[in-house]
Design a protein. Structure first.
Ligand code: GTP
Ligand code: MG
Length: 194
């Protein structure tokens, strides 16, 4: 993937793009590495804002990729330390977007490989399934794990989500080492014939 361009930040459903382009969304808990994923996949250091403190992304951020499809960076679900009201506003916006928008062709659900999937991961998985949005779980930040931790984490995630098949809808990933990047590029190429 080479080309990416920031299009807009959406705070209200009525401001969603109105065209036929397909959307690929990045979702998952706050701080799991969604914005970093976009930067590293396209080799642009700072196109998506990232932070070591959770809660950086606060709107649905639309990027046009390869002039063919949107990549959408979503705010992290369930970040507890911001005002409840603001959090509820984001969560409603994300839920409404998932429900209303018919152009979402794929979701990458990022899970932090250092932690077991949380209630929020189950909730998000439930939404995606209920809404028939195809998804791929990325077990992210695997550069932080040794071999036995890796095996344990993989098992934990597959125990919680028993529909996952390694190498198909479940990929180990690291934006630091580039592990999994080729697989993701292949998936996007297949979908959009980039
Ligand atoms: P929100 O916008 O709060 O939802 O967070 P986010 O999911 O967009 O996370 P972000 O990309 O801002 O990354 C959070 C932190 O994790 C940053 O310090 C990143 O450098 C770090 N990070 C992201 N991906 C990886 C990875 O694959 N490995 C390691 N070691 N760190 C990562
Ligand atoms: Mg972010």
């Amino acid at each position: 993937m080479k080309q990416i361009e920031f299009i807009k930040s959406v705070y209200k459903i009525k401001d969603l793009p109105k065209n036929d382009l397909q959307h690929v969304i990045l979702c998952g808990r706050s701080n799991v590495g969604k914005s970093t994923f976009i930067n590293k996949l396209f080799g642009k250091k700072k196109i998506a804002l990232t932070s070591s403190a959770p809660g950086k992304t606060r709107s649905l951020n639309f990027y046009l990729a390869e002039n063919k499809f949107y990549i959408v960076d979503l705010p992290g679900f369930g970040y507890a330390k911001i005002a409840k009201k603001e959090r509820e506003t984001w969560e409603r916006l994300i839920q409404d977007y998932l429900k209303i928008d018919k152009n979402i062709s794929l979701a990458f659900h990022l899970i932090d490989s250092r932690h077991k999937p949380t209630t929020l991961d189950r909730l998000l998985n439930g939404y995606l399934r209920e809404l028939n949005i195809p998804y791929i779980v990325l077990m992210n930040k695997i550069d932080k794990l040794n071999q036995s931790e890796f095996a344990k984490s993989k098992k934990n995630i597959m125990n919680v989500f028993d529909e996952l098949l390694l190498g198909e809808n479940f990929l180990p990933y690291s934006s630091v080492t580039g592990k999994g990047k080729k697989e993701v590029e292949n998936i996007l190429n297949k979908l959009f014939l980039v």
